[in-house]
Design a binder for this molecule. Structure first.
Ligand SMILES: [Zn+2]
Length: 466
């Protein structure tokens, strides 16, 4: 007999209820603040046409501000915060537990009846949420006071200050929603996976919520199996706003196969990275002296990284200062690996050393060549296979004409609209031409774009002199 496993469902209703309860409190203090402002503070502000000095402002408004503070404390009481937090934690737990028990029944597994760990766990979760709820009230009353005092001192009108107070309510509401979303995912995920582990389930299948808000990495995890024995395995719901869930998998062989496959992939990735590095090293050894020096001083084994969340096969990622490779990208096989890696190395060096997109002479050269180059003659060149398939030269023309004149290789038109992208790509292509000693291509760039060529050589050689 085959049994169908019940899926795990993210508890949207618990998230909504939690946010709603927190919003009820924010709305209540917002009402008090606006009432106090309209009846006692605004008339005061509007009746004066001179600027207050600090002392006067403080003394006039202090009574109102004190009253707001007291009423806020009366709304965000310890009892109220505890009640909302514990309602939320209990609802998360009972939803998680019901789903768990149903799944175990379908699988014919006896769910452990006593859960001695649960009380301490829930107490800690409630305490944590009490402090989050409290932070909404604390922040709101501090901001309110700031807005009123600063507004009055700076001579703003009553209406302007009121508008700011209303904006502040919106921010508190966003904070409440933020907390609800974050807490539900992580609490629900944690309770679900803890229960799985306690009854000895070997692993789980990752299941995302299937809409377009799922982060790319989690889309990739979707449908994959992870072992509860693996301390590095990701846990659904843990990342901020994550609505992914864990579906229990009882078959140990399924989990083991997934673990083995992941290990194998890790090894393959290691090999990919190692090969990438040796491609650059072997190119460097044959490169002109100063290029060799630049490459060997900046490119190390650590300069490469696997990134399956990237939508292209190769790229340079400035935020991590790494050349990223996506082995799952289908276009991978169309690249000449050494050529593309030298291009990405050019970007790495550009960011580390030259910042070509900020170099005035290179910027100006780029702008002038766009206008003065003999584009008719260059278009003719691309009728020849030799030039059409010269990726570096083609990409340079793609940069200068925003794809009007190019061979096979180039970047998306939308990319060229971004400031500095033409300089960055031209730099990387010229650098790679130099590194791989592509004399004919260099000669063609020198002939067609003499200013860009000259400015680039100056940039590179200027680096030699210091
Ligand atoms: Zn997720």
């Amino acid at each position: 007999m085959t049994k169908r496993m019940l899926i795990t469902r993210y508890p949207h209703n618990v998230e909504r209820a939690y946010a709603k309860n927190m919003l009820r409190l924010t709305q209540a203090i917002a009402d008090i603040v606006l009432y106090e402002f309209d009846t006692n503070i605004a008339p005061e502000i509007n009746s004066r046409n001179m600027r207050f000095d600090g002392y006067l402002v403080d003394s006039i408004f202090q009574k109102s501000l004190d009253r707001i503070k007291a009423l806020t404390l009366g709304i965000f009481t310890a009892k109220e915060k505890y009640s909302i937090a514990s309602k939320f934690v209990r609802a998360s737990n009972s939803t998680a537990k019901t789903q768990f028990v149903n799944q175990m029944e379908v699988a014919g597994v006896d769910p452990t009846k006593t859960e001695p760990w649960l009380n301490d766990y829930m107490d800690a979760a409630i305490a944590e949420n009490v402090s989050y709820i409290g932070s909404i009230g604390d922040e709101y009353s501090a901001k309110t006071e700031q807005i009123i005092l600063r507004g009055a001192k700076e001579g703003r009108s009553g209406q302007e200050i009121r508008d700011e107070l209303v904006d502040q309510i919106g921010m508190s509401e966003n904070k409440a929603k933020f907390i609800a979303r974050d807490q539900v995912g992580s609490l629900f995920g944690d309770l679900t996976t803890t229960r799985h582990k306690k009854v000895g389930i070997p692993g789980f299948m990752w299941s995302d919520s299937g809409d377009n808000r799922v982060r790319p990495l989690h889309v990739e995890y979707n449908g994959k199996y992870f072992s509860y024995d693996d301390p590095n395995a990701p846990i659904p719901g843990k990342d901020y706003g994550c609505r992914c869930v864990a579906i229990p998998e009882f078959d140990e062989s399924v989990i083991n196969a997934a673990v083995d496959e992941r290990k194998q992939q890790e090894n393959e990735d290691k090999t990919t990275l190692k090969n990438a590095y040796s491609e650059v090293v072997s190119a460097a050894q044959k490169a002109p002296g100063h290029i060799e020096k630049l490459l060997s001083s900046h490119i190390t084994e650590d300069s490469f990284e696997i990134a399956r969340d990237n939508s292209i096969a190769y790229a340079y990622r400035p935020s991590t200062k790494k050349i990223i490779i996506n082995p799952s990208d289908r276009s991978m096989k169309y690249y000449n690996q050494q050529e593309i890696l030298l291009h990405e190395s050019g970007h790495l060096l550009d960011y580390a050393n030259f910042k070509s997109w900020e170099n005035k002479s290179f910027q100006i050269a780029t702008q002038i060549e766009r206008k003065v180059a003999n584009w008719e003659e260059i278009s003719e060149l691309f009728h020849q296979e030799k030039w059409a398939s010269d990726d570096y030269f083609s990409d340079i023309c793609s940069a200068l004409t925003e794809n009007k004149v190019k061979g096979y290789a180039g970047h998306a038109a939308s990319y060229w609209k971004r400031k500095g992208s033409a300089e960055k790509e031209i730099f990387a292509n010229l650098f790679a031409m130099l590194a791989l000693d592509k004399q004919e291509s260099m000669a063609m760039v020198k002939k067609q774009f003499p200013m860009v060529y000259g400015s680039f050589i100056k940039m590179i050689e200027g680096d030699l002199s210091d």
